[in-house]
Design a protein around this ligand. Sequence first.
Ligand code: NOJ
Length: 517
Amino acid sequence: MEDSPWWRDAVVYEIYVRSFADASGDGVGDLAGVRSRLPYLAALGVDAIWLTPFYPSPMADGGYDVADYRDVDPLFGSLADFDDLVADAHAHGLRLMVDIVPNHSSSTHPWFQKALAAPKGSEERDRYMFRDGPSSTGDGARQEPNNWLSVFGGPAWTQVPDGQWYLHLFAPQQPDFNWRNPEVREEFLDVLRFWLDRGIDGFRIDVAMGLIKAPGLPDTDPGFGATSPIWSRPEVHDIYRDWRRVLDSYPGVRAAVGEVWTDSAEDLALYVRPDELHQSFNFAWLEAPWSATAFREVIDATLRAVPAPTWVLSNHDVVRHTTRYGEGAPDPSIGLARGYAALLAMLALPGSAYLYQGEELGLPEVKNLPPEARQDPIFIRSKGEVLGRDGCRVPLPWSGTAPPFGFGTGGSWLPQPADWAELTAERQAADPSSTLAFYRRALAARRALRGALPDTMSWLEAPSDALFLARGRLVCAINCGTEPVRLPPHERVLISSGALDGPDLPPDTAAWLYTAG
Ligand code: NOJ
C-alpha cells in the first residue's frame, strides 16, 4: 500500500466485532468472521476498517474493559487469527485500525488486582486513581472523594475494603488509570508498538479526552466545558505528542483518530495539531437534528477550526441514524430516506467519513429487545430506566430467511427481529433498489472523484431549508424542508438519494450534481 496520507479522505467502516460475523458458531462475532466478510467490505468500497476491542476481557462493557492489552480473547479468536486478518485485509486493499482503551482497564487486569492487594499509598495503587473519602462524614455528608458521576450512571467512585475509593468514569469494572504515572505512559507506548509491529494501520482511541484529571480532583459541573476537571485537560495533549512520535517512527502511514467529545470545534482542533493525532471524531455532525440550518452551522464551525475533519452519523454508542432522523417525523420511515441524503452530504464534504456496520443495510435501532437479553451496563446500572446501546448492536443479518440470518451457526448474542429477513446482505446485493446497492453506488461515486476535488468547499445560494454545497465541479444539494426546491444549474446528476422531480429536488432528498465549474 502506498505511503499517502490515506486517512485524510478515507471512508472507514466500523466493525463492532461481537456483532459482525460469527465463524466459531458460539453466537458472538469474531476475527475469523470478519476475515470471511472482507470481500463484502472490499465490494462495498470502503478504504479501511476499524475493529472495536477484541482483547481478553470479562465483557462488562462489551470489551471496553480490557484485561490484557496484548492478546485476543478466545471469544474472538487468537493472535494468529488477528495476523491472518491483517494480511488478508491488506490483500483486499483495506487498511485496518484497532481500538485502544487507555483511560481505564478491566478490574481483572493484573495491575488492578495488584493494586487491590497492596496498601494505601503503594506504587501499585498509584497506577490507578485511589483516594480517601472526606475525613468528616457526618449525617448526609458525601462519602465519596468528590461529586463526579459515572458516564453510565451513579457515582464514579467505588470503595474498597480498607476504606479507600477508586475512580471509574464508566462502570466499576473499569477503573481509571493514573496517567500522571510514568509507568502507565510507558506501558501504553509499548502496547502501541505491539500492535504496530503486527502491521496495523492505526488506532481509534477510546475516551481520548479523559485521560488526565485536574490536580486535586475538584468537584465538577456536568459538561465538556473548558473548566471541566475531567475532560480535555491541557496536559492530555502531551500524551498524544508522545504517541505521534511512535506512530511516525513506523514505515508507511499509521494514523490515530481520537474519540473526543467536546463542546466546541476549537477544542476538537487542539487534538489534531500537526504533532498530535491525525483525526478526531466530530460528533457535532452526528448530534445535529435533521435541519439545513443545523447542518450548515456544524459544517461551518468544523471547517473553520479543524484542518482534516471527520464525519460520522452512527456508531455502536448511539441510536442508529435511520431511526434518529425519523423520530418526531409524521412518518418515522422517512428516517431511511433522510439517512440516504445525509450519506451523500457526508461523502461530499472535505475530510474522511466513518460508517457503522449495518447502516449500509439500512438497519434501524432495535427498540423492543427483551430486558433479559440486554447487556449494556447502562441498562443494567439504571435498572432498565435507560435502554442503553444494545439496540444498535444487534448482530448483522447476512443471509437466509430466519434468525440468525447467516450471522453464524449458533444463534446470536442479541436476538434479531424476524423482519430482518428483508434486510439481509444477500437479498440486498441482488436488488439494485436496495440500501446496500445505494451505498455501493455512493461510495463508487466518491472514489471516482477522488483526487479531483479541492480540500475546501463553499456554499451556493439556496432556499432556507436546503443546502447547496460546492466542491470544485461537484455540487451536493440537500433538501431538509417540506417543499421541493429547484436544483442549481448543472451538467448532469451523478447520483441522487431518491427520485428527482424533473428539475426539482423533493423533500428529504439529496443529489450530487456535476457542474460546469
Ligand atoms: C466509548 C466506547 O465507544 C463505549 O462503547 C464505551 O462504553 C466507553 N467509551 C467506555 O470505554
